[in-house]
Design a binder for this molecule. Structure first.
Ligand SMILES: [Zn+2]
Ligand SMILES: [Zn+2]
Length: 291
């Protein structure tokens, strides 16, 4: 019985979705929608419709293919009336356009925010009256390009990690400079390993940090300028000096902090289990690895 059944598989209709045969339901409509042979050749029209619905998840434009032979199913719709046809086209055009319109609105919003920020910064740096004067006299086109460039430049400037570069050069050459060796004694001889690099710019948290740091920079520069260079008459020069002073002081502190963190990482020790915690790292007499 089973032998003859196998031979008859080609002609015997059996639905690959519900496994029912012709004998089980004599009224059901059959379809062979793809290149498949054998047991997956035939399928019920209603079963395949359900399968297509499941694959499309409500979006009738999604193409569905046979899971076995990958043939794309040919789905034929009844002819549309002219009104519905036009409405269908309009619907599709609107559907396709919306992402671009939304993107445009978003870019426009960001742009005008940048222009506003630039204008506020100009007034902050030059002083309220002088800033307004400058912007009134400037070419509008120049303002529309120049003002949004201000926050852009601040962010790009903030992305330059000059402290890291200074540190790298320093770590490379510090052993050759006797003065620095004197200030930070014995650093290289204690370094038992090179620690892995830590934070990178791809981290989203540090990206927001770059953004915040960049945008608050003019305010900090104004404050530092007023505190340290109160005698300078020109608002612009005072703010510029304040900005550079702040960047320099912060840079030195950051370099010091990073170098200390680096040394901590380099000199860490993994303890034996059960050994009492000892906060100071033991000084090894071995020769350092990185020289
Ligand atoms: Zn079926
Ligand atoms: Zn197939």
């Amino acid at each position: 019985m089973s032998q003859s059944r196998l031979q008859l598989d080609e002609d015997r209709r059996s639905c690959w979705v519900c496994f029912a045969t012709e004998e089980d339901d004599r009224t059901a409509a059959w379809v062979r929608p793809c290149r498949c042979r054998g047991t997956t050749k035939w399928v019920h029209q209603t079963c395949l419709q359900r399968w297509v619905d499941e694959k499309q998840k409500g979006n009738s434009t999604v193409k569905v293919a046979c899971p076995q032979c990958n043939t794309e199913y040919l789905i034929l719709f009844p002819k549309l009336g002219p009104i519905v046809y036009v409405m269908d086209i309009i619907d599709k055009v609107i559907f396709k356009m919306c992402p671009f319109v939304a993107g445009g609105i978003f870019i426009g919003t960001v742009y005008w925010t940048m222009v506003t920020y630039g204008a506020v910064t100009v007034m902050q740096v030059l002083g309220h009256k002088e800033g307004l004067n400058v912007m009134e006299q400037a070419d509008p086109l120049f303002l529309l390009i120049g003002l949004p460039t201000i926050p852009l430049m601040l962010v790009l400037g903030k992305m330059v990690r000059w402290e890291d570069y200074v540190l790298k050069v320093w770590r490379k050459h510090s052993s050759k400079l006797p003065l620095i060796n004197y200030l930070f004694p014995d650093e290289h001889s204690r370094l038992s390993r090179v620690p892995a690099d830590t934070v990178t710019l791809t981290d989203p948290i540090s990206a927001t940090r770059v953004l915040c740091g960049a945008l608050i920079m003019p305010t900090i520069a104004t404050i530092v300028g007023k505190l340290m260079f109160g005698l300078v008459q020109s608002n612009f020069q005072r703010t510029l000096l304040g900005g550079f002073a702040f960047i320099a002081i912060k840079g030195v502190m950051k370099i010091y902090y990073k170098q200390q963190q680096y040394l901590r990482q380099a000199n860490r020790v993994i303890c034996d289990y059960g050994e009492p915690q000892n906060s100071s790292a033991p000084v090894t007499s071995d020769s350092p690895v990185n020289q």
